[in-house]
Design a protein around this ligand. Structure first.
Ligand SMILES: CC(C)(COP(=O)(O)OP(=O)(O)OC[C@H]1O[C@@H](n2cnc3c(N)ncnc32)[C@H](O)[C@@H]1OP(=O)(O)O)[C@@H](O)C(=O)NCCC(=O)NCCS
Length: 170
């Protein structure tokens, strides 16, 4: 299945049939993603098939991106010592989910790769120290761990990956 990733467009993309198995993430896509996008609170990107008009409507997975900051003290000691004591600018992947009927087919990895590529492009023009993700549970934490994300000091489920590390991996 050839997927492409597009910014959410509610006239083209069908949010109603999406089910990743977690109510919180389903409800966000159905009820809040569009509002948040139009208010510039977060942008939502969806994985769709572009082969036919019908396929184009189905959402196979999505992620959200927004700007944020963390406190320097939230970083592990080895990172903290090299940084000023100001709030640290970050890009946040607030949510990332794949429809439960299509898990294990590489879509989550494809979405994450696209999110990191988007952040790298933004980070050329705007200071972004790291990508931060809010893993919803230990399963999601292991998924992100595969890509090098590690824990912030104050939360076992909030993970980060420095932009420099992403740059050196591409
Ligand atoms: C976590 C989730 C996004 C993974 O999506 P997916 O499409 O099934 O993942 P992929 O098929 O792209 O797998 C990518 C890699 O992660 C690994 N992986 C997938 N799910 C994993 C999990 N739960 N734990 C550990 N590793 C996992 C795969 O083995 C694969 O590794 P490989 O490239 O070495 O083979 C998906 O299961 C999901 O939507 N879960 C519910 C929502 C959620 O928890 N979202 C994350 C927090 S917001």
């Amino acid at each position: 299945m050839d997927l492409i990733i597009k910014q959410l467009n509610t006239t083209l993309h069908d949010r109603k049939s999406f089910d990743c198995g977690l109510d919180e993430l389903n409800i966000f896509l159905k009820q809040h993603a569009n509002q948040n996008q139009s208010k510039n609170m977060s942008k939502t990107y969806v994985a769709v098939v572009a082969v036919s008009a019908d396929d184009h409507k189905k959402i196979y997975g999505y992620y959200t991106l927004s700007a944020g900051h963390i406190e320097c003290d939230q970083l592990p000691e080895s990172f903290k010592s090299k940084l000023p004591r100001y709030p640290i600018p970050i890009a946040r992947i607030g949510r990332l989910a794949v429809d439960k009927n299509y898990k294990g087919q590489g879509i989550g990895g494809f979405l994450l790769h696209d999110a990191l590529t988007n952040v790298l492009n933004i980070a050329d023009k705007l200071g972004v120290y790291a990508v931060v993700v809010d893993a919803k549970n230990d399963d999601a934490k292991s998924f992100y761990g595969n890509y090098g994300f590690t824990e912030l000091q104050d939360s076992k489920l909030t993970l980060f990956l420095p932009v420099d590390t992403i740059k050196s991996a591409v």
